[in-house]
Design a protein around this ligand. Structure first.
Ligand SMILES: [Fe+2]
Ligand SMILES: [Fe+2]
Length: 353
């Protein structure tokens, strides 16, 4: 009689022929099981995973004392407070929407171990980002229900989130599969909706607004947290672009002119939603920021995103905030984390008492 458990016997009973790395596929991979990370085929996925791990941070490492002082001092105008509140409201639930979409809609259908390794890392980072908003709300003593309900109660935020949630719902439908032509298109629509539109367009006006305060030495704690988030999101966007382009090249039949036009229409719709959001945040303009500048900015970044997935640019607007590129370059520098106060404990130094 065998001493093996049923599971052990099943593992031994499965075909033992070893896979070749080139048999790996991003979706619908029948040949290679998702538990086999090595040999790696998609080196970009592993690089993004390592970049993510090199950026580890926690919101509680950032001191909020100066922010609390400014927030309570009455130094900020009503319009300035509105900009901060709207962005806290948008991000506090958007981070969670991204996390849920990753875990519930994307993860299951990406049939490749190195991409899944990255998705697990990204999911944790989204949890850290949501944690950031809890920490900010707590530190500033804000009304938590007000902040976390804006995605139902503030129309300009609700419209962006409804746009995204529609794309999640399609993939969560019980009949959804990536094995059909329609299913593969639907999955790409979800990936583009989240990586290109949510993380690549919807997040960026918020980054500009909050980092503008930081540049004026106001709300620098939130500003520093947004720099960390921006750095993580840059990697999320880059991974998403590689994944989308990878699926396109493995499934060239779905990238039809009609489907490309449909994606362009989705992006154009999102650009209008984002312009509406920025106008709602800045009804009168503050800090040298106003709705008109954001129209140019949103169109400018939408063009940059379209280029990265091989689609024609639509607007030709110039970037009214060139300092954002400097901020992003700065965020890429290795010494970015020199101001950190916490040293992470490694396994060998953890105490279990
Ligand atoms: Fe995030
Ligand atoms: Fe993200």
């Amino acid at each position: 009689m065998s001493n093996l458990s049923i599971q052990e016997q099943q593992l031994l009973d499965t075909p033992t022929e070893r896979f070749k790395a080139n048999e790996k596929r991003l979706i619908n991979c029948a040949k290679v099981d998702v538990n086999q990370l090595m040999p790696i085929k998609y080196n970009w996925a592993w690089e993004h995973y390592q970049n993510g791990c090199a950026n580890h941070w926690m919101p509680t490492e950032v001191a909020m004392t100066k922010d609390i002082e400014i927030w309570k001092s009455g130094k900020l105008s009503e319009d300035e407070r509105r900009v901060i509140m709207r962005n806290l409201g948008f991000f506090s639930t958007a981070e969670s929407l991204v996390g849920n979409n990753l875990v519930l809609a994307i993860f299951k259908h990406v049939t490749n171990a190195e991409c899944r390794q990255y998705l697990l890392r990204q999911a944790f980072e989204e949890a850290v980002h949501t944690h950031t908003f809890l920490y900010v709300v707590d530190s500033l003593g804000l009304n938590e229900s007000e902040v976390f309900n804006m995605y139902h109660e503030v129309p300009s935020i609700a419209r962006k989130d409804e746009f995204e949630m529609r794309l999640t719902a399609e993939v969560l439908d019980e009949n959804f599969t990536t094995e059909t032509f329609e299913g593969r298109k639907q999955f790409l629509r979800n990936l583009i909706g989240y990586y290109i539109i949510m993380e690549g367009i919807f997040f960026y006006t918020g980054f500009v607004m909050i980092l503008s305060f930081h540049r004026r030495n106001l709300m620098t704690g939130i500003g520093e947290q947004f720099q960390y988030i921006l750095r993580d999101e840059t990697t999320h966007l880059n991974f998403g672009i590689d994944l989308i382009n990878g699926i396109k090249s493995e499934n060239p039949d779905v990238w039809t002119p009609e489907f490309q036009q449909e994606i362009l229409d989705l992006v154009r719709e999102s650009v209008e939603l984002e312009i509406e959001y920025s106008t709602d945040c800045l009804p009168r303009g503050v800090l040298g920021l106003n709705g008109e500048l954001f129209r140019d900015y949103v169109q400018h970044i939408a063009d940059r995103r379209l280029e990265r997935i091989g689609l024609p640019t639509q607007y030709g607007s110039s970037n009214p905030f060139p300092w954002m590129s400097e901020t992003m370059d700065l965020a890429k520098e290795k010494n970015f984390f020199e101001t950190r106060v916490t040293e992470y404990q490694t396994g060998g130094t953890l105490s279990w008492d």
